[in-house]
Write a protein that binds this ligand. Structure first.
Ligand code: 9MR
Length: 567
């Protein structure tokens, strides 16, 4: 790894008009003098650090707080100094923060399957042939059989969708939450935000002049894939991926492995029902035919899941792809009922929803939500999209968000490197994705109450992802002075092959994972404190992979942030 800085800042930019804080690592027990310098090296503000007094449990660092909020003059190339220590340079400005919304969404086109990625949209370095269309050596996703162990008796055409991550698998439960979150970014903006910023022509994708918002075109690429994963009986296959794991680097069109469908699962079926129901209402007037097709698939899936309520994906089906197995389905049932009810208003979905033990925000917590914990997605929809529920119930859902947001703020106030995230033990695989989702909870708390403290919490959380952390990394490629460069990805594999690119701007690394679940992390990070269980190494997949679900969370918050900075 690279040496960490002693003064850690948001390496990208602090927004004018909002609090500006940084962290000094120091065992000094008394306050230290800090200076803020502009790009010419002239001191523009000074102050005293505030010693924390205790060692921070999540980093192991003794730290001081540097609060330079009082300085608010926009500019670039500022640095903070304490004695001989200097921070990375940063801006007090909004330009970079505003670009993040589109770069984070660009991630999805880069990772599309079944379509050539064209230089006219991504530049020469990232252009590549279509993957998994049955052009040798690919075996293609054109007519994929099931695993021999389940021999389902049919093949499916499951071309398209997004690759999950650094691998070439396509997993319904993870692709589904990602498509949902991209769609929710739009749906929220349309209802209470700035939908104009998400109109047609905003992304560099093939559909950028079709009259439909590009963010919807991008999400539809995945929704269409989810619909193709539905079996004739209405259940949905859990995933499709290579028969054996491949090595790095390997571009999608070079993958020689056979592709196989895993069994159908209740989780994948409910996930598809939820996303297809959401899509049905979003495309209702934009494309009524697609809307009706999505609603029919959702209806069929929901009924099939109720008839097969406990078909759990095999936790040992992890050869050639991840297992994404989840034995608790209460939350998937809740989320699907919430989406079906919101779209249709039908009483059967309403009673499934209101009789759930999770009704009214019960699944929201300060660890956060992810592919295995989807209840909060239902709550977000119920809190944002008009439905026929009693006003008191909707108010209770919103209160659940503010209560969890208050929990995040209380924790962040005591942290050396504030990040809204309270896992039960250590940091999880994909902690940055959980942090990003929890930032969205703070953002929603601001949407529901208008209180400034929640907006400030959003920007504080963003600081952590963009460099105010104990390893001095911006976890977003292409942003900040020391961004991650070697994320685990079979195409963005410059570390292994100099003719290949590093990640394009806007990809969020999974981030610290206390469990050290790959050989590189296990070798280099033994004994690490939670926020330090990270290395920017391409083979360290348990800490430095990129995925659709982490980028969908990051895109959601990046769009919220861009909406809130008006200068
Ligand atoms: O993000 C997933 C994480 O929550 C799990 O703990 C981990 C182990 O099962 O798998 C992660 O998902 C990976 C998937 O299995 C395969 N594609 C890459 C995903 C991100 O690392």
């Amino acid at each position: 790894g690279v040496p960490a800085k002693k003064i850690n800042v948001n390496q990208v930019a602090y927004a004018p008009g909002l609090p500006k804080q940084a962290t000094l690592t120091s065992t000094a027990t008394v306050a230290q003098a800090w200076a803020l310098k502009n790009s010419a090296g002239t001191t523009v503000a000074t102050g005293q650090t505030v010693p924390k007094g205790t060692v921070d449990p999540e980093s192991g660092d003794a730290t001081h707080l540097i609060d330079f909020s009082s300085y608010d003059t926009p500019g670039t190339g500022y640095t903070l100094t304490v004695g001989t220590e200097t921070s990375f340079p940063f801006d007090i400005a909004t330009d970079q923060l505003k670009k993040l919304r589109y770069d984070s969404l660009a991630y999805f086109y880069h990772n599309r399957s079944g379509i050539p990625i064209e230089a006219q949209y991504v530049g020469d370095a990232y252009a590549r042939p279509a993957g998994h269309l049955n052009v040798a050596p690919n075996q293609g996703d054109n007519n994929v059989p099931c695993l021999a162990t389940i021999s389902c008796g049919y093949t499916l055409d499951v071309r398209g969708g997004w690759y999950d991550a650094g691998d070439h698998g396509k997993y319904v439960v993870n692709g589904g939450i990602s498509a949902w979150q991209v769609l929710n970014t739009y749906e929220r903006a349309k209802l209470i935000g700035d939908a104009a910023a998400l109109g047609d022509g905003k992304l560099n994708i093939p559909e950028k002049a079709n009259g439909v918002p590009d963010i919807l075109d991008e999400a539809r690429w995945e929704v269409e894939f989810l619909l193709k994963m539905q079996a004739p009986d209405g259940m949905v296959h859990h995933k499709i991926h290579d028969q054996n794991w491949t090595g790095l680097p390997l571009l999608p069109h070079q993958d020689p492995q056979a592709r196989r469908l895993s069994a159908t699962s209740t989780a994948a079926t409910l996930n598809t029902a939820a996303v297809a129901a959401q899509a049905a209402r979003i495309w209702k007037t934009i494309d009524p035919t697609f809307s009706a097709k999505a609603l029919a698939a959702a209806t069929k899936a929901y009924a099939a899941a109720k008839a097969n309520p406990n078909k759990i994906a095999d936790p040992n089906d992890g050869t050639g792809g991840g297992s994404y197995s989840d034995a608790t389905l209460t939350d998937e049932f809740y989320w699907a009922a919430a989406e079906m009810f919101t779209t249709t208003g039908e009483s059967s979905y309403r009673s499934d929803l209101t009789s759930s033990t999770l009704y009214k925000g019960k699944s929201l917590n300060t660890r956060g939500f992810d592919w295995g914990s989807t209840g909060p997605l239902g709550d977000i929809t119920l809190a944002l999209v008009p439905n026929g529920l009693p006003a008191a119930d909707v108010a209770a859902i919103k209160s659940a968000f503010t209560a969890v947001a208050d929990g995040h703020l209380a924790k962040m106030a005591g942290q050396a490197y504030p990040a809204p995230y309270s896992p039960t033990e250590g940091y999880d695989w994909g902690s940055n994705g959980l942090v990003a989702n929890n930032i969205s909870v703070l953002a929603l708390a601001h949407d529901f109450t208008g209180q400034a403290k929640y907006r400030e919490g959003v920007f504080q959380g963003l600081n952590y992802l963009l460099g105010r952390n104990p390893l001095s990394y911006s976890y977003v490629s292409g942003y900040g002075e020391q961004p991650v460069k070697n994320v685990h990805h079979r195409h963005w594999a410059n570390q292994l092959d100099p003719t290949l690119p590093t990640a394009p701007p806007g990809a969020l690394s999974g981030g610290p994972n206390s469990a050290l679940q790959d050989p590189i992390a296990a070798r280099l990070l033994t004994g690490c404190k939670a926020q330090k269980c990270f290395v920017d190494h391409i083979e360290a997949y348990s800490v430095n992979e990129v995925t659709v679900n982490w980028n969908s969370a990051f895109a959601w918050i990046s769009n919220w942030v861009a909406e809130k900075i008006t200068t």
